[in-house]
Design a protein around this ligand. Structure first.
Ligand SMILES: O=C[C@H](O)[C@H](O)[C@H](O)COP(=O)(O)O
Length: 224
């Protein structure tokens, strides 16, 4: 296992250790949250009694394969803890998510959780957001118009594709990955994008007040 994968595993497992019996748990998406889900699966086998809401079809399938009981918002209104990854975390704990396309369900689950835990390796921790292209989930109909509106905002969007076709999210939408340069005011940018008809959600997770667990390649794990 390479040092980055080891760091992701360390962060994910540290976050899993915060989960206790009786909790309702949000399961994130991506290669770091993966390790938290694996660990929670192991804890369930050892007697941990929880129910979980997954943020993507992939994470739900992983959880089901591990025997983690799955629930949904038709049965529960609030979760105790959500463990999820990030693509960038700024020093003031604003976050870009959605590199794996799961940003919409991730945001719904994060906002429904009392405690939000973000797990990441050290490469994700940055001074200012913006090097990672901001994922924005948009409605397929008229996506070209949103594309132009993002350009008018001095952004540089790219339609995400998979095998030469538009990438489709778990919600049936498209994603545009947008470069804006250094994002000095994430809150303002989030609101400007959300105001565009056709935008479903942005990957800017603003003022979430998360607990951030960062794992370093040298084996150190820090909670911020
Ligand atoms: O849509 C995907 C999510 O926001 C992921 O949590 C994020 O992209 C980080 O993924 P990873 O841990 O694989 O870098």
């Amino acid at each position: 296992m390479d040092t980055i994968t080891k760091a992701k595993k360390a962060a994910g497992e540290k976050a899993a250790s915060l989960v206790q019996s009786g909790m309702l748990v949000g399961l994130g998406t991506g290669s770091t949250a993966y390790w938290a889900i694996e660990k929670i699966g192991q804890m369930v086998k050892e007697g941990l009694n929880i129910r979980a809401v997954a943020t993507s079809v992939a994470s739900e399938q992983q959880a089901i394969a591990l025997g983690i009981p799955i629930t949904s918002f038709s049965e529960v209104q609030q979760l105790d803890i959500d463990i999820d990854g990030a693509d960038e975390i700024s020093e003031d704990l604003q976050i870009i998510k959605g590199g794996g396309g799961a940003l919409l369900r991730e945001k719904i689950v994060a906002h429904a959780s009392r405690k939000k835990v973000i797990v990441a390796d050290e490469r994700k921790y940055v001074r200012t957001l913006g090097k990672f292209p901001l994922p924005v989930e948009i409605i397929p109909f008229g996506w070209e118009l949103v594309f132009k509106s993002v350009q008018a905002l001095k952004g540089s969007p790219t339609l995400r594709t998979r095998e030469d076709k538009p990438y489709i999210t778990d919600n049936g939408n498209y994603i545009i990955d947008c470069l804006f340069g250094s994002i000095e005011n994430p809150e303002q940018l989030h609101h400007q994008l959300k105001a565009m008809t056709g935008v479903v959600e942005t990957g800017l997770f603003i003022n979430l007040k998360p607990t951030v667990i960062i794992a370093f390649e040298n084996g150190e794990v820090k909670t911020i």
